[in-house]
Design a protein around this ligand. Structure first.
Ligand SMILES: NC(=O)c1ccc[n+]([C@@H]2O[C@H](COP(=O)([O-])OP(=O)(O)OC[C@H]3O[C@@H](n4cnc5c(N)ncnc54)[C@H](OP(=O)(O)O)[C@@H]3O)[C@@H](O)[C@H]2O)c1
Length: 334
């Protein structure tokens, strides 16, 4: 497991390739391993306008001739059936995964425009959101790199809030690509598949980090949480299948799957630095399968996903439960 996640692996790969990388995180202490490699680090909370303004001021001062690449990488996740979603927690997830990315993009755009208008751009500075950077001798268009996911095109049961935030971010990326093309800026989207990071263990919204109206986070506070800490609220319609649903919500079965962040970073950096990167980069375990899934009829792929997430078992338990009791009796929690 790479403690710093995909952003840290990409920062290291770009730094090792000779680029000046600005790596960011909410907790600057987490950036120490990158700072020890000689990477410039700074704090950035993409949900805070003040924090974004400070980061822009820092990077402007340090990279006066502009920014070559802005990587919007930060995200949080949230596992819950749609029927039980905490709207408060879901809004907070969108604040990070969607609106935070828009705010960072707007704030750093002047630095990218500066680079675009400087015909001599031989790629000098990068920023990762976090990350920013650059550094080779060929002419290269400034770039905004948005990290969405294969989840932006492939809905997973109980991951609807995360998936829909990634779909929204993907759509914003497509529109942005056309909108900034007149200024000579590219937009690349990373539709990433499985990469072995702590994203599942981090599962921020389930842990209550994003606040919430009590659904989910309240349940966590009142029961002893397993390490992934995602619980159905009391009274959930899924109560008869609670253990299976909560296991699926945990994504524990997926935690050890995926390519390493280092491999992902090597493959993605090679494309980003190629001089003519694709508009969408599909990398990570099953990324090609997810791409193929976009060409298949929905029912075919949904059958595969039901098995993968044990939704077929949930369906069996719910059907048995509903057959076994009068309609006016509430489902038993187990
Ligand atoms: N791993 C995969 O299989 C996979 C697949 C598809 C897409 N992705 C995408 O890849 C990106 C990186 O994920 P990862 O796998 O490396 O997981 P990760 O280690 O959990 O990385 C997510 C990062 O986002 C940061 N973050 C969350 N909220 C933030 C905020 N308000 N301001 C600034 N930073 C914030 C987190 O920082 P804290 O430590 O402070 O919480 C964390 O470092 C994400 O966009 C994710 O959706 C990952």
């Amino acid at each position: 497991m790479y403690p710093g996640g995909i952003g840290a692996a990409l920062a290291t790969t770009l730094h090792d390739a000779g680029h000046h990388v600005f790596a960011t995180a909410r907790d600057a202490a987490k950036l120490k391993p990158l700072a020890d490699q000689g990477i410039t680090t700074l704090p950035l909370d993409i949900s805070s306008p003040d924090s974004i303004a400070s980061a822009v001021a820092f990077v402007s001062a340090a990279a006066g001739t502009g920014l070559d690449i802005l990587v919007n990488n930060a995200a949080v996740s949230y596992s819950m059936p749609v029927a039980d979603i905490s709207l408060d927690a879901a809004r907070k997830l969108f604040d990070t995964n969607v609106w935070g990315q828009v705010a960072v993009t707007q704030a750093f755009l002047p630095l990218l425009l500066l680079r675009a208008s400087d015909g001599s751009n031989t790629s000098k500075a990068w920023g990762l959101g976090g990350l920013c950077g650059g550094g080779q001798q060929q002419r290269r268009q400034p770039m905004i790199v948005n990290h969405t996911s294969v989840g932006s095109v492939m809905a997973m049961p109980f991951q609807s809030v995360y998936n829909s935030s990634k779909a929204a971010f993907a759509m914003l990326s497509q529109a942005l690509r056309m909108e900034v093309a007149p200024f000579g800026i590219r937009v690349v989207e990373l539709k990433t598949g499985g990469v072995r990071t702590n994203i599942i263990a981090n599962n921020n919204v389930n842990k209550g980090n994003a606040g919430g109206d009590g659904k989910g986070s309240e349940a966590i506070a009142t029961s002893s949480p397993p390490k992934w800490a995602g619980h159905l609220p009391t009274g959930s319609v899924y109560a008869p299948a609670r253990s299976v649903v909560e296991y699926a919500m945990s994504q524990e079965g997926l935690a050890d799957r995926g390519i390493t962040p280092e491999q992902w970073a090597r493959e993605v950096a090679a494309l980003l630095l190629s001089g003519n990167p694709p508009q969408v980069i599909w990398k990570g375990e099953s990324a090609t399968l997810a791409w193929a899934g976009t060409l298949l009829p929905a029912w075919l792929f949904e059958g595969f996903l039901k098995k993968l997430t044990k939704l077929d078992e949930v369906e069996r338990i719910i059907k048995e439960d509903r057959q076994g009791r009068p309609a006016d009796l509430p489902a038993a929690d187990n």
